[in-house]
Write a protein that binds this ligand. Sequence first.
Ligand SMILES: [Cu+2]
Length: 65
Amino acid sequence: MKLSIPDMSCGHCKATVEKTIRAVEEGATVSVDLASREAEVTTGAAPEAILAALAAEGYPARVIG
Ligand SMILES: [Cu+2]
């Protein structure tokens, strides 16, 4: 799925987002595009769980694809 994460603005944010998603599911793959503030995520976890974890870390996200 593709996520829009508007508050993700630098390498530190990118690292936090990747770590947060992998904390929900260890095997998740995360590919961040900082320029567009989007991330492509492949995971067996429920999207709601990913979104809740990101919001808790200060990166509210929405599914865009
Ligand atoms: Cu940052």
